[in-house]
Design a protein around this ligand. Structure first.
Ligand SMILES: Cc1ncsc1CCOP(=O)(O)O
Ligand SMILES: C=C1C=NC(C)=NC1=N
Ligand SMILES: [Mg+2]
Length: 221
């Protein structure tokens, strides 16, 4: 298997849903199924927070969500936990600036998808050097889903990265909803990554479909 092509990566980033057991009162599998029915293009299992599952329970949930994603042909990315990603043969890993060094992660995961969080051009270039397939940039808007989130940067950071000649696939993240998705695509993101806009929606399927329509309507940059 070879590294994912950047055009396919950009298409996968269109509506990138992220969740774990702590992001909904409902069972994660139920919410994910509705999100998949609504057309999310990529999924990240992100199990974090005070009551996050650990060990065998965390792996069992990861495998349950992976079975769902496979039924829909949507890749599953594991956040932070490289060992779990390898154990379940996930499609990729996402690491932040304070997680395992991206270069080491690339060595461990071979050609799997590698996503890296980046807040500025310097971190973006380092991620590219390390072998990232995409970068997650944000928080663009204020968010309540990440308790250690840095200051919201606004869509201008996306425009800045493109002006700096950063051409790697970029997904915008942080406080993104159907109402501001167009702005982040127009500012230079290839897609949007969300937790609460789908996981906390009364109708996750409709929320996912509306995000997909907004991203599609914003058109290719
Ligand atoms: C994981 C992460 N990284 C930056 S903001 C964020 C949380 C995004 O959650 P929401 O879409 O609910 O703002
Ligand atoms: C912090 C993050 C930033 N970006 C993405 C895509 N996922 C994350 N967990
Ligand atoms: Mg992390």
């Amino acid at each position: 298997m070879a590294r994912i092509a950047s055009e396919e990566m950009k298409e996968r980033l269109a509506v990138y849903f992220i969740m774990g057991s702590q992001n909904s009162e409902r069972p994660a599998a139920d919410v994910l199924k509705e999100a998949l029915d609504g057309g999310v293009t990529l999924f990240q299992f992100r199990e974090k927070g005070a009551n996050a599952l650990k060990g065998a329970e965390k792996e069992a949930l990861a495998r349950q969500l992976q079975r769902l994603c496979r039924a829909y042909g949507v890749p599953l990315i594991v956040n932070d936990d490289v060992e779990l990603a390898l154990a379940i043969d996930a499609d990729g890993v996402h690491v932040g600036q304070d997680d395992e060094d991206a270069r080491r992660v690339r060595e461990k995961i071979g050609d799997k998808i590698l996503g890296v969080s980046a807040h500025n051009a310097e971190e973006a270039r380092a991620a590219i050097e390390a072998g990232a397939d995409y970068i997650g940039v944000g928080p663009i808007y204020p968010t309540r889903s990440k308790d250690d989130a840095s200051e919201a940067q606004g869509p201008g950071v996306l425009r800045h990265l493109r002006e700096q000649g950063i051409t790697i696939p970029i997904v915008a993240i942080g406080g993104i909803t159907v109402d501001n998705a167009t702005a982040v695509i127009e500012a230079g993101a290839d897609g949007v990554s969300v937790i609460s806009a789908i996981a906390s929606a009364p109708e996750p399927k409709a929320a996912a479909a509306a995000l997909a329509a907004a991203v599609r309507a914003a058109g290719p940059r």
